[in-house]
Design a protein around this ligand. Structure first.
Ligand code: NAD
Length: 361
């Protein structure tokens, strides 16, 4: 191991834990020096992949060579694993959702501060290109000022895996995909959420939500719809975005999409009425020829560094975290508001913990 690389031990070598080993190799400034998993078969898989498997978590904590513990276990045990790591003097990268509640997360940050260690949450989907294209449109007003943003992920496989079905382990889609989509929106829109209403779906008969829909009203006038579905055999677009001058659609993660804007140079002509169903309409007729311009999606917004590069810079005192803990707490708080809004079937107000310093990028 090169002495310049920072040592990481992955706790929880399941789907995401093993994927992290690849991401860490790509970064090149960190090195996975071991793995710990409760299950013997997962430890064996780690050994087969060339990693040292610790026999116990206590063994990880007692090893002075370990600088960072990366937590990729089910959600209910993130807090205890993180707190034990801080008490042993380790830094922590934690998978999302960081905890089961905002209060749990507060306990984690208090321990990190007490120990003077870094806690960074893996909100990796801020780097997704589809999201960064929308962020560029938002920042640059490519289709005019955005006033409605619909962010959806649709699947038809139900809830995957085992613990994702169990409430006590932090299962359900709001805590799974919801945390990503909400984090993206709060990261992009620098304004408080003034109200939220929501519905959870239990159509598959699990004790946790198999999907949800939330409508967020921001103080600056933007309205966002966030929807996660696992019973969608036909999917709606990943993003559908309306601005004062046009509309954009991004269908999928392959970035199929387009923007259509008003052509301000064209002579204004009324659209020709069309037959629609058994009726006639001018309102819903396509715009007259030349009235709109269709273009490719704009380039994605750049972020300062990859998650891991930024983490290493933070460890080395060279940068502030891009995913900071105030932001994570705000998302966790919003998730709780969505649960409450859905359960009570009320529109919730005055819950957001936004501050003007919230987004610094
Ligand atoms: P998984 O079930 O595939 O893997 C979890 C692993 O943790 C299993 O191997 C299990 O044996 C192990 N484990 C459970 N309790 C443990 C403990 N106390 N100590 C050590 N190991 C323990 O789950 P997954 O899909 O890899 O999800 C793990 C975490 O990663 C979750 O928090 C999930 O939300 C997150 N995740 C994040 C992304 C992302 O893109 N950021 C994607 C998938 C999952």
């Amino acid at each position: 191991m090169s002495s310049t690389k920072h040592s990481v031990v992955i706790v929880g070598y399941g789907g995401m834990g093993s994927y992290h080993t690849q991401l860490i190799k790509d970064c090149g400034r960190l090195e996975v020096t071991g793995v710990y998993d409760l299950l013997g078969e997962r430890s064996a898989a780690a050994v087969e992949a060339g990693y040292t498997a610790y026999a116990s978590y206590a063994g990880v904590l007692a090893d002075p060579a370990v600088e960072t513990v990366l937590i990729a276990t089910p959600n209910d045990v993130h807090k205890d694993i993180a707190i034990a790591a801080f008490r042993a003097g380790k830094h922590v990268i934690c998978e999302k959702p960081v905890a089961m509640s905002a209060d749990e997360f507060r306990e984690m940050t208090a321990e990190a501060e007490k120990a003077g260690r870094v806690l960074m949450v893996h909100q990796n989907r801020r780097w997704d290109e589809d999201f960064r294209i929308v962020k560029a449109m938002y920042d640059k007003e490519t289709i005019g000022s955005l006033f409605r943003i619909e962010s959806r992920v649709h699947g038809a496989n139900g809830i995957p895996g085992d613990w994702r079905h169990i409430k006590a382990q932090g299962g359900g889609m709001l805590l799974d995909w919801g945390v990503h989509l909400l984090d993206q929106l709060l990261f992009m829109i620098d304004s408080p959420v003034v109200s939220v209403s929501a519905n959870l779906s239990f159509i598959l008969g699990n004790e946790v939500d198999d999907g949800f829909e939330a409508v967020l009203q921001f103080g600056n006038g933007v309205q966002a719809v966030v929807e996660v579905g696992t019973t969608n055999f036909i999917t709606l677009p990943r993003w559908y975005v309306k601005g004062l001058e046009g509309t954009a659609v991004i269908e999928d993660w392959s970035l199929t999409g387009r923007i259509v804007t008003r052509n301000n140079d064209s002579v204004k002509r009324e659209p020709t009425p069309i037959r629609a169903g058994v009726g006639l309409t001018k309102t819903m007729a396509p715009p007259s020829e030349g009235a709109t311009i269709t273009e490719a999606l704009p380039p994605a917004a750049e972020l300062p560094a990859s998650f891991y590069d930024n983490y290493v810079d933070v460890l080395e005192g060279k940068a502030e975290p891009i995913v900071n803990n105030e932001q994570v707490l705000r998302v966790q708080n919003l998730i709780e508001a969505i649960f409450t809004a859905a359960e009570s079937q009320q529109t919730l107000k005055n819950f957001d913990i936004y501050t003007p310093e919230y987004n610094f990028i």
